[in-house]
Write a protein that binds this ligand. Structure first.
Ligand code: 5AD
Ligand code: SF4
Length: 381
């Protein structure tokens, strides 16, 4: 394994809940700057300032769920697509050629036996196809690492997907507060079931990704502190956190909109609100880096919906992963989970070049041709 796995960095695993809360709330500019600088130093110690890429393919917007905040929830009227396998394989070849290391297959949730069989075959084909490809990176592991983000499934199905060759799984808990979770979802979406899925994924052997939305209506600083403890207790290897972004036509979004209208929110207010959200989200990145150490933390796309350089800022505050969108342009408009989602009109090659530039701008280096496993996973196993 990579030598970075042996490194240690000054993580603050004993930071108290009260200190975390203070660092999320403080308006002291020097304290905040110190938090961000410390997180960046820990990232640098583990990853040598290198940023890993995961190519994300949003292969289907078919979803059986009705999460209250999401733009592709079942109740939204929109054209539903599932990409044909050969197009997904083209995306996999593209990722391999670019040295991305990992392909992340994401979709709405659909737990039919047909979908599972289809995924099992697809994973096998991606592994087989990419193993046969030459890369410009002689040290690279054979084939792409396959990561999945396809929702709540039975443990037996998780096992089949793992045995087919998938190595990582992302399933956000969305919030560690069960009461808040119940307010944001219909009654048949159970927080406890999601926790059970996360435990099952860990048992099966996946590198586990989870995460939350930040700035949810009704969410408190105490909830965010609990989120950090939840990540530690579930033993997550990857933490995907993004700001909650308003989406018109959703129950949570519309309730939010009424409140904003009543308060007479101006364009200026909206900009200030967005800046506060980027600030709060990146404080969570910094605290996750300090508290959890060698986990992977992606700078999520939703940050860029609020701030044109939101993702770069995140790379300087603890994040070590970028996820260029590889989904063919024609499908992107139909995979809008939230408003102002960036990169809707771009193609995979443009996203690749754009993100490479952003890495440089942030003063980091691009790590190509490696899977980029989080040291945490190997330390734990
Ligand atoms: N704002 C931000 N993130 C969202 N997601 C869904 N809807 C929104 C929204 N309105 C996130 C959820 C989900 C992931 C796929 O997208 O956290 O887990
Ligand atoms: Fe479906 Fe995921 Fe959106 Fe929930 S967040 S409605 S599971 S796509």
């Amino acid at each position: 394994h990579d030598q970075t796995h042996q490194r240690t960095a000054p993580v603050l695993s004993h930071i108290s809940a009260a200190q975390m809360k203070h660092l999320l709330d403080t308006t002291d500019v020097r304290e905040t700057a110190a938090l961000f600088a410390y997180a960046d130093a820990v990232s640098a110690a583990y990853f040598d300032n290198r940023i890993f890429f995961r190519g994300i393919v949003e292969f289907s917007n078919v979803c059986q769920k009705n999460c209250g905040y999401c733009g592709i929830r079942r109740a939204t009227k929109l054209h539903r697509y599932t990409m044909p396998k050969h197009e997904i394989l083209d995306c996999a070849r593209f990722c391999m050629e670019r040295g991305y290391g990992t392909i992340m297959l994401q979709s709405g949730e659909l737990n039919t036996p047909q979908r599972i069989d289809w995924l099992v075959d697809l994973i096998g084909e991606i592994k087989q196809t990419t193993k046969q490809m030459d890369t410009k990176h002689p040290e690279a592991p054979k084939g792409l690492c396959v990561a999945l983000s396809v929702g709540e499934l039975d443990e037996l199905d998780y096992r089949r997907l793992f045995e087919a060759g998938a190595s990582r799984y992302l399933l956000r808990i969305e919030t560690s507060n069960p009461t808040l979770y119940a307010q944001l979802h219909p009654p048949d979406h159970l927080w406890q079931r999601r926790v059970e899925c996360l435990r099952a994924l860990k048992r099966v052997g996946f590198q586990l990704g989870t995460g939350v939305m930040i700035g949810l209506p009704g969410q408190t600083t105490d909830d965010l502190v609990s989120d950090l403890h939840f990540f530690r207790d579930i033993d997550a290897d990857m933490i995907g956190m993004g700001p909650y972004v308003y989406q018109e036509g959703t129950p949570v979004g519309d309730a939010h909109k009424k409140l904003r209208e009543r308060a007479g929110q101006t364009e200026q207010d909206k900009m200030e609100q967005n800046a506060r959200m980027v600030d709060l989200t990146t404080r969570m990145y910094a605290l996750a880096r300090l508290f959890l150490g060698a986990v992977n933390i992606p700078a999520t796309t939703a940050l860029q919906a609020l701030d044109p350089v939101g993702r770069e800022t995140a790379l300087q505050r603890g994040a070590n992963i970028l996820m260029p969108i590889v989904t063919p342009t024609q499908f992107r408009k139909e995979y809008q989970l939230y408003e102002d989602k960036p990169c809707i009109d771009e193609g995979a090659a443009e996203c690749s070049a754009c993100l490479a530039g952003r890495v440089k701008w942030a003063g980091k280096e691009l790590a190509l041709g490696e899977w980029g496993d989080p040291p945490h996973f190997h330390q734990a196993s």
